[in-house]
Design a protein around this ligand. Structure first.
Ligand code: SF4
Length: 254
């Protein structure tokens, strides 16, 4: 594995933009997120925590077969009945509780209308989601980006691993040229700024070359591409750099 380096900001921005071109050339546009409706995307974002997507698909298929994949019907189920229907997704008792917490917000405060829940400035809607039990930054941003039409970049373990291996990210704060605004630097629960938030802001500031009207699709597809590279090549052990589309962007051996 080549030594990571901390690249200057302009180089890093150029590398991040080039990375998309390389991944896109390999995979084409990935048309994420797999979900027929924004509500299905939100349910999938909770169910996919700590499990693979195949298990989520089976759980969602169960919900569809039972005719309950809509906010009020799903919320009308008892926690036990919901847990049975989503058992394929794993941690089903925990996830049933989390789903019900999300549904409580959606149904009780927004009459089951996702458009109303997602209405407003992105930081405000994000805080709204982060206040729900069991919704962390990755889940909230997945909902915002893929269901809510908000410009909110998603960070996950694949992103961190790929960025660290390429020297695009080593957790540094000071060398970032932009300021992390105080509203973004504190989580909904009042915690100090975390790696997640900093890496998110780095991506959002670096990947802003497209007009705003094109950026949603760009960020949706960028995250999808990183997930594919992470799964196919950038494994925790023995990454398959030789075959990876991002190989040209590896730091040079010193
Ligand atoms: S597998 Fe790909 S993304 Fe991971 S370090 Fe190697 S070239 Fe980079």
């Amino acid at each position: 594995m080549p030594k990571p380096f901390s690249s200057p900001s302009k180089q890093r921005v150029a590398a991040l933009r080039r990375a998309y071109q390389l991944m896109r050339a390999r995979y084409g546009h990935l048309r994420w997120w797999p979900g027929e409706t924004p509500f299905e995307v939100c349910v999938g974002a909770i169910l996919t925590q700590n499990t693979n997507w195949g298990n989520v698909e089976r759980a969602i298929a169960n919900l569809k077969a039972a005719g309950v994949l809509e906010p009020k019907k799903l919320f009308a189920l008892s926690e036990g009945d919901l847990a049975k229907l989503i058992r394929h997704a794993g941690y089903f008792n925990v996830k049933a509780r989390r789903l019900r917490s999300f549904l409580r917000l959606l149904v009780d405060e927004f009459a089951g209308d996702l458009r109303r829940l997602f209405a407003g400035e992105t930081p405000i809607v994000r805080e709204r989601l982060l206040a729900v039990h069991g919704i962390g930054p990755e889940t909230a941003d997945s909902m915002l980006l893929y269901a809510g039409g908000h410009h909110s970049f998603v960070i996950d373990a694949y992103t961190k691993r790929i960025f660290q291996r390429h020297g695009w990210w080593n957790g540094e704060v000071q060398s970032l040229k932009f300021k992390v605004q105080s509203s973004k630097a504190t989580s909904a629960k009042g915690n100090p700024v975390q790696d997640y938030d900093l890496l998110k802001v780095l991506c959002e500031h670096s990947l802003n070359e497209n007009p705003s009207s094109e950026r949603l699709d760009y960020w949706q597809d960028y995250h999808a591409q990183l997930v594919m590279v992470g799964k196919d090549f950038c494994r925790p052990r023995q990454p398959r750099c030789e075959e990876c589309p991002l190989k040209p962007l590896l730091p040079k051996e010193s």
